[in-house]
Design a protein around this ligand. Structure first.
Ligand code: BG6
Ligand code: MG
Length: 220
């Protein structure tokens, strides 16, 4: 455990897989497309797509099957339509346990918060979850900067919040997100199994465990 919270002034939360389990919805949408293309796409295959951009996800799904850029764009649109149908059914019940407790605890301690997602649909998901008023900033995949694993989305969030990179703690469930945080000079909490998020400064199973950690760790 290398995490040091003495300097922390902001927490930057990934959305998909951290505050809500949309990876299941992405899985269902990609699987529907895969079935139509006659491809196999399993839950294990889906794990490799965690935190990966839409375009890179399509490449992983196609497993080398050739396609033109025009065809790729059409397939991505189709997958996104399936995904949006599922997002429409989301409610605040879909927040992962511990989400509001952690956000509330940070606010009480004067720590700023942002949601920082590679997803172009993040704003809609945040609306469905009624989460907007719980955070200070939302940066999504529509920002005109490279996506994770590049650090740019996190750096943009720090700028918007008026804090230095070294004062930010990122909370991520994906390897690509942890890589982005590190590249940006930020500390990182990884949520999930050690083999996936072991590069983080602190590994927790979920937000409930992170909340317990924050409760015990007083210098914040
Ligand atoms: C990330 C998800 O947050 O956003 C990925 O973890 C997803 O699974 C990526 O592919 C892009 O999302 P979207 O909604 O723009 O296709
Ligand atoms: Mg994620």
């Amino acid at each position: 455990m290398n995490l040091k919270l003495d300097r922390a002034r902001a927490f930057l939360f990934d959305l998909d897989g951290v505050l809500t389990d949309t990876s299941e919805l992405h899985f269902k949408a990609w699987r529907q497309l895969a079935e139509e293309l006659g491809l196999t796409f399993t839950r294990e295959d889906n794990e490799a797509l965690r935190g990966v951009s839409r375009r890179a996800s399509l490449d992983l799904l196609l497993k080398g099957k050739p396609c033109s850029e025009q065809q790729a764009a059409a397939w991505m649109d189709l997958k996104n339509d399936y995904y949006l149908e599922l997002v429409e059914q989301m409610t605040p019940q879909d927040l992962l346990p511990g989400t509001l407790d952690v956000l509330w605890m940070l606010r009480e301690r004067g720590i700023k918060t942002a949601i920082v997602s590679s997803s172009k649909n993040a704003r809609l998901v945040v609306e469905r979850l009624k989460l907007g008023r719980w955070v200070d900033e939302l940066i999504d995949g529509n920002a005109p900067v490279p996506s994770k694993p590049a650090p740019d989305l996190f750096i943009l969030a720090a700028q918007r919040l008026g804090v230095q990179a070294g004062e930010c703690v990122v909370v991520e469930d994906a390897e690509a997100g942890i890589e982005a945080a590190r590249a940006g000079g930020m500390q990182c909490v990884g949520l999930g199994p050690q083999q996936r998020v072991g590069q983080a400064d602190l590994v927790c199973q979920n937000l409930v465990e992170l909340r317990s950690f924050l409760q015990i760790y007083q210098p914040v």
